[in-house]
Design a binder for this molecule. Structure first.
Ligand code: AMP
Ligand code: MG
Length: 339
């Protein structure tokens, strides 16, 4: 390649641009490679606006959010046309609800709220009386009646909560649009859950999977191939301690209690939404059932740490983890949850 002489006029060189935001209860970091700082600023402005829009639509923690309004109508047994983004999420969730055998279940919004993990001070053990409706007639996505753009529910205990898939949806939509805007090399990282496109200059992006019990340590580092998402569900993100036990935010629909068999699960897939839903479902499935559920959901790259601290991996993930260690630029920063 001919040397570039400054007097002749060099093509602008690609630089790394970073910006941080706060959404879904966590720090979101955008890293883009671009030779044009103005173009990078456009990406930042777009991401800031979209994160705000999605966060406002999907939060169940303000009374007048679109999701809260929809949930009130569902509980009242009324038919209702939700915001398009909510309808999209219902439709996108259904196949993952079914393929996970109901372990990934966005119909558990009332139960999530009852446990109160997102509250100041971190929640409390619900009474048996309050848990009763979720055990007697467990809310299911099949109880949601969809009639074109109108939904209703046959179970008054059914409320929607997209916490298990919202980041996957956001990363899918935002990164797709950034790609349309012309960005080829970027990472959008929402508290350790991320989607990466392209490369970091001449080398692949390198992502660290954090150790769920040893802050600052990684379980593995992965070299990203072209367009991949890396999602982790863990018991350390939102939890409270009661009588020496950890009660965390990933609920097993079969017991109405936090799932007990895993500490963290990481899934890598080209589809951010599937990676997010699968990480949540496989966390609940735990070491005995995860292989079966992973196969049913169509994910092949999984790393699970069980409650005893033992690691379980798929063959594809095992090969990847031992294929060449890289210097992780993203050691999955401490996630503060995804409310
Ligand atoms: P994640 O970190 O992606 O595993 O999502 C956890 C969040 O999903 C929780 O904070 C709840 O908002 C919600 N959630 C809890 N249990 C479930 C479940 N069984 N299925 C779907 N979403 C859930
Ligand atoms: Mg998830």
């Amino acid at each position: 390649m001919a040397a570039c002489l400054a007097l002749v006029g060099c093509p602008p060189t690609e630089q790394t641009h970073r910006a941080t935001f706060f959404a879904f209860g966590t720090l979101v970091e955008l890293t883009v490679r671009s030779a044009n700082p103005e173009h990078a600023r456009q990406a930042e402005a777009y991401v800031a606006a979209e994160l705000d829009r999605l966060h406002d639509a999907l939060t169940p923690y303000t009374d007048d959010s679109p999701l809260s309004i929809t949930n009130r109508r569902l509980v009242a047994g009324e038919s209702h046309a939700p915001e398009p983004v909510l309808l999209a999420l219902v439709e996108l969730s259904l196949p993952h609800y079914r393929s996970s055998g109901g372990l990934f279940n966005p119909a558990l919004g009332g139960l999530v709220r009852l446990w109160g993990f997102h509250e100041e001070g971190g929640g409390a053990l619900p009474s048996a009386e309050h848990l009763q409706p979720y055990i007697e007639k467990p809310p299911s996505m099949e109880q949601l009646v969809l009639n074109e753009a109108v939904i209703s529910s046959t179970n008054p205990a059914l409320q929607l909560d997209f916490g298990g898939i919202a980041k996957g949806y956001a990363l899918k939509v935002l990164v797709d649009n950034l790609a349309h805007m012309g960005f080829k090399h970027l990472i959008l990282n929402a508290g350790g859950d991320l989607r990466a496109l392209g490369r970091h200059g001449t080398r692949p992006w390198c992502v660290g999977i954090r150790h769920p019990r040893k802050p600052g340590e990684t379980l593995a580092s992965l070299q990203i191939r072209n367009d991949e998402s890396v999602f982790t569900s863990g018991d350390y993100e939102r939890y409270f301690m009661y009588e020496g036990r950890r009660y965390h935010h990933i609920l097993d629909p079969r017991s109405a209690y936090p799932a007990v068999d895993a500490i963290s699960v990481t899934v890598v897939h080209s589809d951010a939404i599937l990676a997010d839903a699968a990480a949540t479902a496989l966390f609940i499935a735990g070491p005995r059932e995860w292989r079966h559920v992973a196969a049913a959901m169509g994910v092949t790259e999984v790393l699970l740490m069980d409650a005893e601290g033992q690691l379980h991996t798929t063959e594809a993930m095992h090969l990847r983890m031992h294929r060449g260690v890289c210097e992780a630029e993203f050691n999955a920063p401490a996630a503060e949850g995804n409310g």
